[in-house]
Design a protein around this ligand. Sequence first.
Ligand code: ZN
Length: 59
Amino acid sequence: MECEKAGCESEATFELHIPWTENEYVCAGHARVRGRQEGVVADALDDADEHLPDGATDQ
Ligand SMILES: [Zn+2]
């Protein structure tokens, strides 16, 4: 699965739970950026590597 962000071809390794919109599947870099917004939770997918963004859960 690729990152959903336009122009980004990185592997999606995080599911973002966003209170005001649908969940997004994004790469670690975009998860890090989005995870800084209040209320956004970044959940690591099973194939995520060690590049966990701040706020990621323990999956
Ligand atoms: Zn991305």
